[in-house]
Write a protein that binds this ligand. Structure first.
Ligand code: ASP
Ligand code: MG
Length: 461
């Protein structure tokens, strides 16, 4: 590999021990061009934003106390990592926190924090972690350059949700990042933050660092983008239910998207789309256990057909609503009327199964359930069953394999199934069961599809 982008999340840079591990990981990469994208240390973004809220509510003393604890935390990390460069880095940290104190004071005077001031506040988190990490790499005798993301991540002015300008960024990357790479330096920069063309600080949305890394990697045509977090990658099932769940070595973007919806919290697939669309693999890795190879997410499904089911996911706390039309004959517009009601009460419907006169639908948010049922009863008989779970079997090759549904149902004959559906993407089979049966169902299915005797070791660990 010639060029990689490595993004480290908040827990990977939360203290000096974590930063040391990250340096070890970066320096161990046998790749000439490395771009390191950092998040703020764990919790810092939220605390900076909270300081802004406190100041806006007139609680300036509390805001300043919070900022002062962050100052101590960052100086502590710098002191533990650095020796000769420590005084100058700590002086910079002090000057930045003086600026933050001024900012809090200004907000307190105004009694209001604008989205623009929140972005400026939040930007210090990433700037601090990257400042310290860069100094640490250099103290180890390594060529490294700190490139402020606000020089190249040019965005619009939608503060707190700014959109990167893909028309401009290739040129700014050429100007600010490529020369440093040519000089042989490891480039250290920030995720999440950017600037308008006029240089006003913006952020691209909470959790935006993955997206920053994917954009940088895709525009620089990196060979791989690594997202370093604190889990081993994506697993075949929730390890709290199936302790011997396997790590999935490689999966497609579509599979990752289906799983994300079921709460595989590792990363939000949408954020890595720029990389996927350029066919750049995105690898999810564990900075606490760098020897684990993580999960690679790639554009294309494996079509070898060797592996059909990739993972078993679930969602708890589901309410199943059964709606049967009371009209004597087949009324047109029945489905439309049903979904209008959910829409009116802004309630997301997850899975549905329908016949001519009936619909089963699952929802998670029951805040408006009484109103929804009231309206549906004007044209249908309605029952709602709470404490259900959706279990979902995901895999690209479900699309062209026979007998999978039969295997699924056969594996769980002991359990009553309330509803079955196969998504239009044809890469998942979902069904609804009592929450009380959830653990049993997930374990039985895991044993059926991932028993250690005949699992495909090319795809699973
Ligand atoms: N530090 C930012 C946040 O916590 C961005 C990120 O971590 O991705 O939202
Ligand atoms: Mg974060």
């Amino acid at each position: 590999m010639k060029r990689i982008v490595m993004k480290f999340g908040g827990t990977s840079v939360e203290d000096s021990a974590a930063m040391k591990r990250v340096a070890g990981i970066v320096l161990a990469q046998n790749c000439p061009e490395r771009i390191v994208v950092l998040s703020a240390a764990a919790g810092v973004t939220s605390q900076l934003l909270h300081a802004g809220e406190l100041a806006a509510q007139g609680q300036e003393t509390m805001a300043t106390a919070l900022l002062s604890s962050l100052r101590t935390r960052h100086k502590g990390i710098a002191e533990e990592l650095l020796t000769s460069s420590c005084p100058s880095i700590c002086a910079t940290i002090d000057s930045w926190f003086d600026e933050l104190d001024d900012l809090a004071h200004g907000i307190a005077i105004l009694g209001e924090a604008t989205p623009r001031s929140f972005d400026l506040l939040a930007s210090f988190g990433e700037r601090l972690s990257s400042l310290i990490f860069h100094a640490y790499l250099k103290s180890l005798g390594h060529a490294a350059e700190l490139v402020d993301a606000r020089l190249f991540m040019i965005t619009d002015a939608h503060y707190t949700h700014a959109v990167p300008d893909l028309g401009i960024i290739p040129a700014t990357l050429d100007q600010h990042v490529i020369p440093a790479l040519r000089r042989g330096a490891v480039v250290v920069t920030q995720g999440f933050i950017g600037a308008t063309p006029n240089g006003i600080t913006t952020t691209i949305g909470r959790g935006g660092s993955d997206h920053s890394a994917a954009l940088i990697g895709s525009l620089l045509e990196a060979d791989e983008i690594q997202i370093w977090t604190d889990v081993d990658g994506i697993l075949t099932a929730d390890p709290s239910i199936v302790p011997d769940a396997h790590r999935i070595k490689v999966m497609s973007f579509m599979e990752a998207s289906e799983l994300a919806y079921f709460g595989a919290r590792v990363l939000h697939p949408e954020t890595i789309l720029p990389a996927i669309s350029k066919n750049i693999p995105v690898r999810v890795l564990n900075s606490r256990r760098p020897s684990s190879h993580g999960t690679a997410i790639i554009a294309q499904a494996d079509t070898s057909g060797q592996c059909t089911v990739k993972s078993i996911a679930y969602k708890e706390d589901i309410t199943l609503i059964s709606i049967v039309s009371t009209r004597m004959f087949l009324a047109h517009g029945f489905l439309e009327n049903v979904f209008d009601v959910f829409h009116k009460y802004r309630t997301v419907v997850h899975t549905v199964a329908t016949s001519d006169i009936s619909v089963s639908a699952t929802i998670n948010d029951t805040g408006r359930l009484d109103e929804i049922i009231g309206e549906l009863r004007q044209f249908a008989t309605v029952t709602a069953a709470k404490a259900k779970a959706i279990v979902c079997v995901v895999g690209d090759n479900l699309r062209n394999s026979q007998g999978i549904a039969a295997r699924v149902l056969h594996a769980i004959t002991s359990v009553n199934i309330n509803m079955i559906s196969q998504g239009a993407s044809e890469i998942n089979i979902s069904f609804v069961v009592d929450e009380g049966h959830l653990d049993t169902v997930v374990r039985l299915l895991h044993e059926e599809f991932f028993n250690s005797r005949d699992i495909n070791r090319e795809i699973f660990d």
